[in-house]
Design a protein around this ligand. Structure first.
Ligand code: NAI
Length: 218
């Protein structure tokens, strides 16, 4: 497929298309029109056509979209058509909750190791994944071709650990610590902040009270 620059807004919607298409595939649906997809996803059909036209050739007049093809192509665009090795730094409540969630593996994200500084946690095993000392971080990254690190440590430690990760050659940081990280251009950071999501929810709830529905349908 021809490479072209796709807007961030479109990219942000792709995981949701991917999820819906995966569900359709599982229920044996082979093709779907933008109108049907629109009803299911509560997104306008024109938005769907516009989004998917970015990738060219997915839809056919009178036929709709080939679900398997679209699912596979979106998977390739998202880079989840191959395995990514991941580690978790900080093996407390959140780190262990992520490790216990087996579904990331279905998407190709393989949790190779967990790290902590707490001697009481080091050596424990969570769903088959050993918690190691953070002293072993750099060597482990190299030995296991780790691309992604989830940061679930206190924010006061996040910058120092992020610098170490960058030096060790990590390519992506999934940042849960409430701090903005400065990393070089060849490293990507995705911030995940549940409290921000909760504040957006609160905002929308209050907007509803004032008679406005600002639903983003996601
Ligand atoms: P926790 O205290 O249960 O776990 C933190 C773990 O990090 C501890 O086991 C601690 O020993 C370890 N740690 C501390 N310094 C370290 C270092 N330099 N290297 C490796 N491990 C280190 O805390 P919890 O609840 O798991 O939260 C972890 C972080 O995630 C906090 O920064 C918290 O604010 C944040 N958080 C973010 C959320 C989000 O939506 N982004 C939601 C919940 C928590």
């Amino acid at each position: 497929m021809e490479e072209k620059v796709i807007s961030k807004a479109v990219i942000s919607r792709l995981p949701r298309y991917y999820r819906y298409l995966g569900e359709l595939l599982e229920s044996g649906v082979e093709r779907i029109s933008s109108n049907e997809l629109s009803t299911r996803m509560k997104v306008t059909a024109s938005q769907i056509r516009q989004d998917l036209n970015n990738f060219g050739g997915f839809g056919q007049q009178g036929y709709g979209y080939n679900v398997k093809y679209l699912y596979t192509e979106i998977g390739k665009i998202l880079g989840i058509d191959r395995q990514h090795n991941l580690i978790i730094i900080g093996s407390g409540n959140l780190g262990q909750a992520i490790a216990n969630y087996a579904n990331f593996e279905k998407r190709g994200f393989l949790i190779k190791g967990m790290f902590d500084i707490n001697p009481r946690l080091i050596g424990l095993v969570v769903r088959g994944i050993e918690i190691r000392s953070v002293d072993d971080l750099e060597q482990f990254i190299v030995d296991n071709q780790v691309e992604i690190a989830a940061l679930t440590i206190p924010k006061s430690k996040a910058t120092e650990i992020a610098d170490r990760l960058v030096k060790a050659g990590i390519r992506a940081i999934w940042n849960f610590a409430h701090v903005d990280l400065n990393v070089p251009d060849n490293v990507v950071v995705e911030n995940v902040h549940l409290s921000e999501s909760l504040m957006r929810l609160s905002y929308r709830m209050c907007s509803l009270d004032k008679g406005k529905d600002l639903d983003e349908a996601d």
